[in-house]
Ligand binder design. Structure first.
Ligand SMILES: [Zn+2]
Length: 376
């Protein structure tokens, strides 16, 4: 011991403690057993897809049991719109609509595997598609934000009207009574604690010819509608989920008119309630805009579509964002949601047929293969 002065012993202690800290920082999973839990590494692991038709219902339940459950999927965004036999609004019921008994088959399968269902009905935008007007504006044409824009015989993009999809007027005094009855009924049917209102790609908003909206700030109109829907859902302790594109500045970011906003709605990111959940979709590049939402105090999931290699990068980014963020921001990085934009039956053909290349089926597989490696 004569060779060890007090100072040397302190120095040795300091080196040992320092090494332990460095090791812990470089390998957080080893130092924190909770990190090995997949729910801690990636709380939301989801799929967004159109609801099945009656003919596809049994295959859909099989898909939940055999494909979603083993992959530890825990969130299922189901696009319903008006493909449900609404008792409150039979005038809105679309073709191929599910009954309550059919919906319960999906609900029961998801309950068994602890998968949360988030039903989606497009509010505000997406009230038409190509040359077809959707059920809401067909039944209530006076809700149309742009009644002067006539639906074309043959739809082409671009077109002189800038028509992508119709919107309802968010300031029409009668629109919310109708859409909130639809929202309540579909949430009750799916026993949902969250509702997805879409709200992506809203190009028609605050139109110059609308007697209620003209001249108003488009960011305030958008945020006002988000807030109104959020407040309605909150009365029954339900959350609002929306797509994130209208909250990103398309010009400054270079993200363009589709996956971001060119019509000045992006300032709404600072105006909407902080408990709105953001589904941030980017399909070609793994854009890091999840950081933008998380830094604003909004919870966010990144949503790929049909580029498997992008989905793999996005998954590893999301895990890294959680690992390397402050305690305050970490919980805003919620996870990954694979999106499918065909019908459920179209997806099954692609998924089970194992079509090669850039498909939503291969992206779903690649994303969940990547997630499967986590925590192991
Ligand atoms: Zn209006």
């Amino acid at each position: 011991m004569k060779y060890f002065s007090i100072q040397k012993i302190f120095l040795l202690f300091f080196i040992l403690i320092n090494q332990t800290v460095v090791q812990a920082q470089s390998n957080p999973t080893a130092s924190n057993p909770a990190q090995t839990n997949i729910d801690s590494i990636l709380p939301i692991r989801g799929l967004s897809i159109a609801a099945p038709t009656s003919a596809t219902l049994d295959s859909f339940v099989t898909f939940i049991n055999q494909e979603l459950a083993p992959r530890r999927v825990n969130a299922l965004i189901l696009r319903i719109d008006y493909h449900y036999k609404y008792k409150s609004h039979p005038e809105l019921v679309d073709s191929s609509s599910l009954s309550l008994a059919e919906v319960k088959k999906i609900v029961n399968a998801c309950k068994q595997h602890k998968i949360r269902i988030i039903p989606q009905v497009n509010l505000l935008g997406h009230q038409s598609w190509a040359k077809t007007t959707g059920p809401l504006l067909r039944a209530y044409p006076h809700f149309d934000e742009t009644p002067h824009v006539k639906m074309p015989e043959v739809y082409k993009w671009p077109n002189p009207d800038g028509l992508y999809c119709k919107s309802y007027c968010p300031l029409h005094p009668d629109v919310h009574k109708v859409v909130f009855e639809v929202v309540d009924e579909i949430c009750d049917a799916f026993e949902a604690s969250a509702f997805h209102a879409g709200m992506d790609e809203v190009f028609y908003l605050g139109d110059d010819k609308c007697p209620r909206c003209s001249g108003r700030d488009k960011a305030e109109l958008f945020a006002g509608e988000v807030t109104k829907i959020r407040n309605h859902l909150a009365q029954k302790n339900r959350e609002l989920w929306i797509w994130g594109d209208r909250l990103i500045d398309g010009k400054t970011t270079g993200l363009g008119i589709w996956e971001a906003s060119f019509n000045n709605t992006h300032r709404a990111i600072d105006m909407i309630p902080r408990d709105v959940f953001i589904c941030d979709w980017h399909y070609a590049r793994p854009d890091k805009t999840a950081v933008l939402f998380a830094a604003k105090g909004l919870r966010v999931a990144t949503c790929p579509w049909r580029t498997p290699q992008t989905a793999v990068i996005q998954t590893s980014d999301m895990v890294a964002f959680r690992q390397h963020s402050t305690r305050q921001m970490k919980e805003n990085f919620q996870g990954m949601i694979s999106t499918v934009w065909t019908s459920a039956s179209g997806f099954f053909r692609e998924f089970y047929g194992k079509a090669p290349g850039n498909t939503s089926g291969n992206t779903f597989r690649a994303m969940f293969d990547e997630i499967d490696k986590l925590g192991k």
